[in-house]
Design a protein around this ligand. Structure first.
Ligand SMILES: [Zn+2]
Length: 286
């Protein structure tokens, strides 16, 4: 899995907007509705977010994937795609949006990219092996990582899975942690679950609580993290307690999964999590 650090300014701005109005714990839709009270930048960001949502909805009706929009902003894989007017509008709005982006030549940026490339390479074989054993997935050939620039990130997400065609994830620039690769794998797994339609769950208020609760049992701190050596001696109960605090919005699903996850922990990788969950009667699994 090749890691490409994408420093395209449009994509970095778009990733920031995505983080502002997209994931749980973000400042959210209410502020987007009243964005004119929060200054020009927030207002412009809300408009871009709205346009992006519209495009994604329209494309979904035509069975074009949301990744296509991101790909066209990346200016890649677009040989057969004429940029729709709305995409051109977003591009010009992004170019006019005056926000501070951290310098990608800074030491901090260099440190995080160097470590991630190195650890992706040295863990490649084990990662591929365990992702196949547990989830039945093959890792993508390459992923684009967009480093995000939120300086107060403690209460926000570490990253987010933006698209699986092409694979694009965002990662927090400041939320540096030792096993940053574990956060990347978490996001890549979100993308793979959606790509393979492994779960029936539809997002509620933009959130897939079951998918999130399930992944939290594996990585960045769970069973897969233990297999890869990021965690020593996992305590599944303790992990559940911790993730319940961090993700209150998925706590019902997390609790429901706990006894099954404690059982799966004993045979982790001997059969895929999907067949195990199906046997246990989880109707969320396709
Ligand atoms: Zn997640």
């Amino acid at each position: 899995m090749e890691v490409i650090f994408n420093t395209n300014e449009r994509i970095r701005k778009l990733a920031g907007i995505w983080d502002m109005f997209g994931p749980p714990n973000s400042i959210g839709r209410m502020i987007a509705r009243h964005a004119n009270y929060f200054g020009d930048t927030v207002y412009a960001a809300a408009m871009i977010s709205e346009k992006l949502d519209e495009i994604i909805d329209n494309l979904a009706k035509k069975h074009i994937r949301r990744g296509t929009v991101w790909a066209s902003l990346l200016d890649r894989n677009i040989a057969n795609l004429k940029k729709p007017r709305r995409v051109r509008e977003i591009i010009s709005s992004l170019d006019n949006l005056d926000v501070h982006l951290e310098d990608e030549r800074s030491n901090h940026f260099k440190r995080i990219t160097k470590e991630l490339r190195k650890s992706a390479k040295s863990n490649e074989k084990e990662m591929a092996k365990w992702v196949t054993k547990i989830f039945g997935f093959e890792l993508p050939q390459s992923i684009d990582i967009v480093l995000n620039t939120a300086p107060i990130a403690q209460h926000f997400s570490n990253g987010s899975a933006v698209s699986y065609d092409p694979f694009i994830i965002t990662l927090d620039f400041y939320k540096y942690r030792k096993s940053v690769l574990a956060v990347v794998i978490h996001e890549v797994l979100h993308s793979l679950i959606r790509k393979h339609r492994s779960l029936k769950e539809k997002p509620r208020n933009g959130v897939r609580a079951f998918e999130e609760a399930l992944l939290d049992y594996f990585v960045p701190d769970g069973m897969l993290a233990e297999k890869l050596g990021f965690v020593h001696k996992l305590d599944v109960k303790q992990l559940q307690k911790k993730t319940e605090v961090n993700r209150r919005w998925a706590s019902r699903e997390s609790k429901k999964l706990l006894p099954t996850m404690e059982e799966y922990y004993k045979i982790c990788g001997q059969e895929t999590i999907w067949s195990f969950l199906r046997k246990k009667g989880f109707e969320e699994v396709r």
